[in-house]
Design a protein. Structure first.
Ligand SMILES: Nc1ncnc2c1ncn2[C@@H]1O[C@H](COP(=O)(O)OP(=O)(O)OP(=O)(O)O)[C@@H](O)[C@H]1O
Length: 595
């Protein structure tokens, strides 16, 4: 990431003095403003569901009226028909209103969740991202937020149907005949008896294994696709395929076990909730009661009509509503994990740095608790000097320079800028003072000019051109289809070295008094090398410059060389003096045969 401008990285682990952490924003807290709308959705749904019983009851009453001995009571029949039709209309209106509001609410909730995720991602330490896969975060912000859709838009309807409608039906059926009501309940009771079997620890374990196996397949596919060029070039396709095959074979085993365990229970449940079974139970019970218990035959009608209404919503809820809810619950868990990442603490009372002398005192840092990457760094970067960091790979150079723009905060020790601890400087002041150009350059899908002007949006074109010239990229920009207006990634692609020079131009235009630079080896083309040298010369004056140096010229031009090995400074001084001393740096210099 090359940014003189990106959202300020904030940190989670430093015991920051005077920190003003805004604390976590839970998912429940995010949903609170929508509780009244959600209540309205449920109430409308309940009214709609209750009204929906009217047509069924109307049919029952019609049956009774038409089957009754004697002349037909026309007024009663008309009343029943109109009441049934009115109930149907109310049901349609209220469920439509509930569904409409539910879907609007769903849109608002998803937007709020995505905004909060974006806001939180903008405040977590930049270093936090290096440990996350892009795919993982895309899934949280995209699919996981979408997975709350059934929960907001459909669950109220399904839950109301599954509980309110059967309860009201039962209440009515009890008034008709309590014995047949109990018989009608047999399928529901049998289905509920299956539920504990689905929730045993073994079943839940199988479910977790199933999820994990799915995740492994997804990972192996993503890895395979992302690394396909390397795999093809180096002929490792067999190995890469094998990982995918192993994941799918594992999945087949896990799935078999999962299905074997659940299928008997699920089939039993489906059977007892199926309409034929429910009808059979009511018919057998009804027949027995009519023949021996004195139940009037017309009273069987409500049980046949409403009895099915008891089992169908429960079956629908079990068939997919439950799964949707479970999926939504897991998705909300992942969203919560991201929302709970502690942001870098901002000082409650920021102090402005006085000047731009940088001082590191006893700085210790590790990515993992048990492994220190920096083991007590003492270093002063004086204004007006260039300090070059050199050392073997893995020595901690990148880690050290990333502490200056607060990708992370040190676990121990302190870094001061202009006499003030970085953790007491507002991110606004920090990023007006420190800019950085690292190896993993990311350019935005915007015009070349906009990319260069990110930190200084009101810069004039002449200033942009001057920065681009110093960064040795101006001529290349003019060759692009629309010059400085060319949209990167859409109208033109740039090489790694070119992208780095754009990033350099961005940092030059930002013109901050402190610049941290990683002289990339990955894109070591002559123009980029020249650009870095040119930039360092152009930046002379009062600036404080820290550069990870890979090339002879950069090291030779530096005022101070710092040799970092295994997280410690092993030598430090003027380049010529260190060479003359013939110590660690001189040996390293010779072994690397700096170009
Ligand atoms: N994001 C990270 N998470 C965990 N460990 C990391 C991370 N980044 C670096 N490390 C580890 O920290 C140590 C120092 O890495 P660093 O990149 O700072 O070294 P370096 O001197 O810049 O190396 P190079 O010259 O190869 O870039 C290495 O052991 C590396 O594996």
């Amino acid at each position: 990431m090359t940014t003189t401008d990106l959202a300020p990285p904030r940190e989670q682990h430093p015991p920051s003095p005077d920190a003003d952490d805004t604390g976590e924003q839970s998912v429940a807290g995010l949903l609170r403003p929508y509780r009244w709308s959600f209540t309205a959705v449920v109430i409308l749904q309940v009214i709609g569901a209750v009204a929906g019983l009217a047509p069924l009851l109307a049919v029952v009453e019609l049956g009774r009226a038409l089957l009754a001995s004697g002349p037909i009571d026309h007024d009663r029949v008309w009343f029943v028909v109109i009441a049934g039709a009115a109930g149907l209309l109310v049901r349609l209106l209220f469920t439509a209103a509930s569904s409409g509001i539910g879907h609007l609410l769903d849109g608002q909730v998803q937007l709020a969740l995505r905004r909060h995720l974006a806001e939180r991602l903008g405040r977590v330490p930049i270093g936090w991202f290096s440990r996350r896969r892009t795919g993982e975060l895309t899934k949280v912000v995209g699919q996981d937020v979408s997975a709350v859709h059934p929960f907001i838009a459909h669950s109220p309807g399904e839950l109301v149907s599954a509980f309110v409608v059967p309860l009201l039906s039962l209440a009515y059926l009890f008034t008709v005949d309590w014995r047949l009501t109990l018989i009608t309940l047999i399928p529901v009771v049998l289905a509920l008896a299956h539920v504990p079997l689905m929730m045993t620890p073994a079943r839940l374990r199988e479910e977790r294994r199933f999820d994990a196996a799915m995740g492994r397949i997804a990972d192996s596919v993503v890895e395979f696709v992302q690394g396909i060029s390397v795999v093809k070039a180096f002929g490792g396709s067999g190995r890469a395929h094998r990982r995918f095959r192993t994941a799918t074979d594992d999945f087949v085993d896990v799935y078999h076990r999962f299905v074997r365990g659940i299928s008997v229970i699920a089939a039993g449940m489906q059977l007892v909730l199926s309409p034929p079974f429910a009808l059979l139970v009511v018919l057998i019970g009804g027949t027995v009661l009519i023949t021996t218990g004195g139940l009037p035959p017309a009273d069987l009608l409500p049980f046949l009509l409403l009895g099915l209404g008891l089992t169908a919503p429960v079956a629908a809820l079990i068939a997919h509503g439950f799964d949707d809810l479970q999926a939504a619950r897991r998705a909300v868990g992942r969203i919560r994990d991201v929302l709970e990442v502690a942001p870098l603490p901002e000082p409650a009372r920021p102090i402005a740095p006085q000047g731009h002398r940088v001082e590191l005192r006893g700085v210790r840092f590790g990515y993992e608790d048990d492994r220190e990457v920096l083991r007590g760094i003492d270093l002063v970067l004086e204004p007006g000097t260039v300090t070059a960091i050199v050392g073997p790979s893995g020595g901690g150079k990148s880690t050290l320079v990333r502490l200056l723009p607060r990708f992370f905060d040190p676990a121990h020790g302190s870094i001061t800028l202009g006499g003030v601890d970085l953790r007491r400087i507002s991110s606004h002041d920090l990023y007006r003072t420190v800019s950085f150009v690292f190896q993993d350059v990311r350019l935005l899908r915007a015009s070349v000019a906009d990319n260069i002007m990110l930190a200084v949006p009101h810069a004039g074109l002449d200033e942009v051109v001057r920065a681009a010239r110093t960064a040795n990229i101006h001529d290349r920009i003019l060759e692009l289809p629309h010059g400085y207006d060319t949209v990167i990634g859409q109208e033109a692609g740039l090489s790694g070295g070119e992208a780095q020079r754009i990033a350099l131009a961005r940092a030059l235009l930002a013109d901050t008094p402190v610049l941290v630079l990683d002289e990339a080896t990955a894109f070591a083309d002559p123009q980029t090398e020249q650009a870095v040298r040119q930039a360092l010369r152009a930046l002379e004056g009062d600036r404080t410059i820290l550069v990870i140096a890979h090339r002879l010229e950069t090291v030779a031009d530096a005022d101070t060389v710092v040799m970092l090995d295994n997280g410690s400074i092993v030598e430090q001084g003027r380049p010529a003096d260190l060479l003359a001393a013939n110590g660690r740096f001189a040996a390293f210099w010779r072994s690397r045969e700096y170009r």
